[in-house]
Unconditional design. Structure first.
Length: 444
């Protein structure tokens, strides 16, 4: 009966399986209907950066919903004006002064792609439309964002609808796609982005899009320090816009307000989502320079909004989340606790099936392999990642599944920034137990 009811709110995947029912959540903890307490080691889908159960955010949302339930996006509301000023004055990299909002990450990347195209269309360079993405990347699940992304599993079956766009290799040092190793490689993978621009014809390329630190596709792919400054330079030389997709990394997740700050790079467009409201409201943002927007305004082109763009209550929630991050110095805390989580996870490297542990701030991933010497993954049919996640829930820890070939089995960690040391230790212990249970099932 329960499974039958569950089917009603599930479009696909695992028919008949009963979803976990969450009754409430508090801090880093989820509580199920049955009273089980689960440590949310990934803040859901790497979203909940200030932790669950913050009454003042819920109250800010409710107050605004009562005061101004809805305003068409071309209008302004007080909560929106406050949020825009807050972002431009205290959060965004200097130079990003144009702000738009949507209902989430995919919509924001989609809007960034349209703004990119509108920019060149209005600037008298209509031949520029291609956007170069990278392998092992994710930029969202609308058709345009799937097309620029390199998430083969999520693209599968939709290819006839996906525009064929050039891809550069991922920056994935554990299994370098170019067969090189850092630092002797000279970060050759960033030169491959330039090679992709040249192959496509620079006069036809509008933008390069990349996650500053790869999210959960291949698991927290941290590039060498010179990757992003060189990427910015390549884009500049070819008159191509640089779009940083910070939907997962933004708003403090990697220990800086935005991951591009690790390398002093300001992109032409920065996209945010998840952490902007920390899960309290569905919202994303597009942040651009004046130069990106100027030709569009000059030509008077209208870039269509979404009905729920800049939703007043979502703006109020986001503004309160930013205030809490500042007041409790949570970005600094993400850097500090991130080092501790990284050290705890690095202890797993002694395990025969833990191939790599990588990350920055509070975004970490563990890559699992069948054979460490050869880095051979487990067979696809093993479904190891799903087994580890299920075992994690049974042992009281939620970890986020990732992984796309050749990074087949990847578990991502991204707890709320409020996490304390004893909870980090619990993540380590419970994950170790989950891994053992999953491997026992595999070998049985
Ligand atoms: N871009 C990146 C880097 C992401 O990690 C995600 C989601 O995981 C998205 C875009 C899509 O965001 P959403 O799921 O909010 O549409």
């Amino acid at each position: 009966m329960e499974a039958e009811r569950a089917r009603r709110f599930s479009f696909a995947a695992k028919p008949g399986s009963t979803p976990l029912r969450i009754a409430r959540s508090e801090g880093v903890w989820l509580y199920t209907d049955e009273g089980q307490q689960i440590l949310d080691a990934s803040g859901g889908a790497i979203v909940v950066n200030i932790g669950h159960g913050r009454r003042e955010v819920a109250e800010a949302y409710a107050r605004e919903a009562e005061r101004a339930a809805y305003a068409i996006p071309p209008f302004a509301t007080e909560s929106r004006v406050r949020l825009v000023e807050h972002l431009v004055d205290s959060w965004l990299p200097r130079g990003l002064t144009r702000v738009g909002f949507t209902s989430g990450g995919s919509e924001s990347v989609d809007a960034a792609l349209r703004i990119t195209r509108a920019h060149f269309h209005c600037a008298g360079e209509p031949a520029r439309w291609k956007v170069i993405g990278r392998d092992l990347s994710y930029h969202g699940t609308t058709l345009a964002t799937l097309a620029v992304g390199g998430h083969t599993k999520r693209r599968a079956g939709f290819e006839p609808w996906l525009v064929d766009l050039p891809k550069a290799p991922a920056c994935y040092c554990y299994r370098c796609p170019l067969g090189k190793s850092y630092p002797s490689c000279g970060v050759a993978c960033v030169d491959e982005v330039e090679a992709a621009i040249l192959r496509a014809g620079p006069e036809t390329v509008a933008a390069v899009i990349a996650e500053p630190i790869g999210g959960s596709t291949a698991g927290a792919l941290v590039p060498p320090d010179d990757y992003w400054p060189r990427l910015a330079d390549i884009c500049k030389r070819h008159g191509v816009l640089l779009i940083a997709d910070e939907v997962m990394t933004g708003f403090g997740r990697t220990g800086k307000r935005f991951a591009v700050e690790h390398w002093g790079v300001t992109p032409d467009i920065l996209v945010g989502g998840k952490g902007l409201t920390g899960g309290y409201a569905p919202m994303g943002g597009i942040f651009a320079t004046e130069a990106v927007v100027a030709p569009i305004i000059e030509r008077g082109l209208e870039v269509m909004f979404f009905t729920y763009s800049a939703h007043p209550a979502s703006c109020a929630a986001a503004d309160k989340v930013l205030e809490i991050l500042e007041r409790e110095r949570l970005v600094e805390r993400a850097a500090l606790m991130g080092e501790k989580l990284g050290k705890r996870l690095a202890r797993l490297l002694g395990h025969p099936n833990v191939g790599d542990v990588r990350g920055r701030g509070l975004l970490w991933a563990v890559e699992l392999v069948a054979d460490k010497a050869t880095k051979t993954p487990f067979p696809t049919a093993t479904g190891l990642t799903a087994k580890v996640v299920a075992a994690g829930i049974a042992h009281g820890v939620f970890v986020y599944p990732g992984g796309v070939d050749p990074a087949r089995d990847v578990i991502t960690f991204g707890p709320p920034f409020t996490i304390v040391e004893s909870e980090i230790e619990l993540i380590g212990e419970r994950f170790e137990r989950a891994l053992e249970s999953a491997l026992e099932r595999v070998h049985r």
